[in-house]
Every structure is written in structure tokens, then in C-alpha cells.
Design a protein around this ligand. Structure first.
Ligand code: KG4
Ligand code: ZN
Length: 341
């Protein structure tokens, strides 16, 4: 198999609570993707229950795989390689996607390409745009809030990250305090859509000069002031405080690196208020469509295709090296690829 041939790959994403598969053509790009969200299931528990996630992934993959192939008139034997998220994420969830990929790889005798979830989020923007290097990648999701300087494919440098919660986690935890649904970001947005709230002053996190995020103080303030203000004033002001904090720290990163080209990805990049504020900044901005901000396998298949084209994949003889790691950071993941041979 040569990387200059037209190849079809299968992307597999099960790192958290969304089960998603994608088909990617190495010459034409994304063919199709399919997704099953577990949000309704976890709503009942006000957050993600890891064991339920993995059970659902197992069931979902069983019907998503044939459905995706059938609607694209493809058969399993048409797949040339598999790209799968191996880190970071919930270990039980990662294991379902990785085990599914290993079984398929073995049965079809095709290679596997490991993909880092944060890297997939960063490259989700390439499904629709082609930003030149270097750029800053602001990743704001349910599990991560960090800024990387992206100098090229597989050439990443962490600029700053959260010291406590992730931005999405702040939305999710705040929504519980406010008596709103999971996931919190969309629930807060929906709740505010027909309101006319007033601004309540929240304390500003990270008062010194660090390029770091912190959301736990905002959540504490929300809890402590729950009975002092109306629900709509609090929901609005909490969202404002999160968004303003993200923008403030992003500005610092731009200043420090002198890189004015910014890619904003991850579930929280779907937030309308954040998108509005980013668009009013004097930067070269790239944000994926909302459907590609939250977890999906399309972004995984794109990164897998890029990595495969560089000649990196595992075959039958070394499949045992694929080891899902729940908390491996992006830079360490790239380093681990370089030590494969
Ligand atoms: O990237 P993602 O789908 O999963 C992770 O990798 O974590 O992000 C999920 C997070 C959740 O915390 C959810 O509340 C948040 O993204 N989110 C939003 C919005 N849509 C999803 N936060 C704010 N506004 C939204 N519209
Ligand atoms: Zn994600």
C-alpha cells in the first residue's frame, strides 16, 4: 500500500461520551461521518458516567459501522486503514474504540494510525479551511482548555493551559448550580435566548501575568451568590465571565508569541458569545462550523490521513504498541510517536 494511492480510511472517536465514525478519502477528503450523542442518557446524572459511556459506545459502534458503510455504498474490505483516538480521554471509553479498531484491523489486515484527541480538535478546522502555519490553537472543550503554538503538523508547543477546570466543565458545573441541563454550555445558551439579563460582576481569575486559565473561582462565586441575584442575571454573567477570561488569556498568548493567527476549537468554540467576541478581535481567526467543534470522528480521520501520509502506522506485527493513555498530553504523545522504531 502506497501513501500516494487513493485510500479510504475509517476514523474512530470514542474518547468521551460521543460515539463517532468517519470515512475519509486521501485524495478527496472527508466522505461522511456519523455520530451518536449520549447527552440525553447522562443528563439524568448531571454529567458523564464513565461506565455508561463505554457500554453505550459498544452498542453504538455495532450499528453505526454498518450504517455508515451502507449509506456510502462501501464494504469493510474497501477500508485501507483505521485512524483511532488513543489519548486522552476516559480510559473505558478509549478502550472500546481502540479494541474495535484492533479487531477490525486484524480481521481486514489493515494498519492503524493513533490520533491524539486534542490534535484532532486542532485539525478540525482543516475540514473546512486551510490556515497557514504558524498559528495559535485555542482548545476549549469539556476536558481541556489550553493554547498551543502550532508550527507545523506534529510540531506543537504548549503556551498555556488551565490550572483547574476546563471551560466546558465550568459551563457544565455552573449549569447544575443554576438548575439547568447537561451539557451546560448549550443549556445556558438556550436558557438565555429569550432573556434580557443584567450584568453581575464576577471576580477576575488569574490576576497576575501568567498565560493560564482558572475557572473554579467563577464556579464558587456562582454557588455563593445563587440566592442574591436572578437566575438569568447569574447565567448571563457567568457566561460573560468565562468568555472574557478566555479572551483575556488568549490576548496574552498572542502578545507573547507575536502570532496573530488563531484557530479556536473544541465544544466551547460553539458558544455564540465567545464566537462574537473572537470575531471582534483584530486577529486572523479560524473557527470550525458548530458540528465540527464538538467531538466527532471526521477530525480524527483527517489527522490520521495526514499521519499515514507521513508513513506512520501500526501493522499486525506491532499492533500491541497501541496503548490508550487517559491523560497523555499532546507534546508527550508526539514524542512517543518519534520513539516507535
Ligand atoms: O469537545 P467536546 O465535545 O468534548 C470534549 O472533548 O470535552 O466538548 C464538550 C463541552 C461540554 O462541556 C459542553 O458544555 C461544551 O463543550 N459546549 C458548549 C457549547 N456546546 C458545547 N459550551 C458553551 N457553549 C456551547 N454552545
Ligand atoms: Zn473533545
Amino acid at each position: 500500500m502506497s501513501s500516494s494511492q487513493e485510500l479510504i480510511s475509517l476514523g474512530v472517536e470514542t474518547s468521551c461520551d460521543d460515539t463517532s465514525l468517519a470515512l475519509f478519502d486521501s485524495k478527496k477528503g472527508l466522505i461522511d461521518y456519523i455520530l451518536s450523542s449520549q447527552a440525553n442518557l447522562h443528563k439524568e446524572y448531571n454529567g458523564i458516567v464513565p461506565e455508561l459511556c463505554s457500554r453505550e459506545h459498544t452498542k453504538n459502534l455495532y450499528f453505526l459501522f454498518p450504517r455508515l458503510l451502507e449509506r456510502n455504498h462501501l464494504k469493510p474490505k474497501d477500508i485501507n486503514f483505521i485512524s483511532v483516538t488513543t489519548s486522552p480521554g476516559l480510559i473505558l471509553s478509549l478502550l472500546v474504540g481502540v479494541s474495535f479498531s484492533l479487531g477490525l484491523s486484524y480481521a481486514l489486515d489493515i494498519p492503524i494510525v493513533p490520533v491524539h484527541h486534542i490534535e484532532a480538535h486542532i485539525y478540525s478546522v482543516f475540514l473546512e479551511y486551510n490556515p497557514p502555519y504558524p498559528f495559535l490553537a485555542l482548545v476549549v472543550s469539556g476536558g481541556h482548555t489550553e493554547i498551543h503554538l502550532v508550527k507545523g503538523f506534529e510540531d506543537y508547543e504548549l503556551v498555556g493551559k488551565t490550572l483547574d477546570d476546563a471551560a466546558g466543565e465550568a459551563f457544565d458545573k455552573g449549569a447544575i448550580v443554576l438548575g439547568l441541563d447537561y451539557p451546560g454550555g448549550p443549556a445556558i445558551e438556550k436558557f438565555l435566548s429569550d432573556k434580557n439579563p443584567k450584568l453581575v460582576d464576577f471576580p477576575m481569575p488569574i490576576k497576575d501575568e501568567r498565560i493560564a486559565f482558572s475557572f473554579s473561582g467563577l464556579k464558587t462565586f456562582l454557588k455563593e451568590n445563587k440566592d442574591k441575584y436572578t437566575k438569568e442575571d447569574l447565567a448571563y454573567s457567568y457566561q460573560e465571565a468565562i468568555v472574557n477570561h478566555i479572551i483575556r488569556i488568549l490576548r496574552r498568548a498572542i502578545e507573547k508569541t507575536s502570532v496573530n493567527r488563531v484557530v479556536v476549537v473544541g465544544g466551547v468554540a460553539a458558544n455564540k458569545r465567545l464566537r462574537e467576541k473572537l470575531k471582534s478581535m483584530n486577529i486572523e481567526l479560524y473557527i470550525p462550523s458548530i458540528k465540527f467543534c464538538t467531538d466527532n470522528a471526521a477530525m480524527v480521520s483527517l489527522v490520521g490521513d495526514m499521519r499515514f501520509k507521513k508513513g506512520f502506522y501500526y501493522t499486525k506485527k506491532d499492533l500491541t504498541h497501541i496503548n490508550p493513555e487517559p491523560s497523555l498530553n499532546l507534546e508527550a504523545f508526539i514524542k512517543s510517536l518519534k520513539t516507535k522504531n
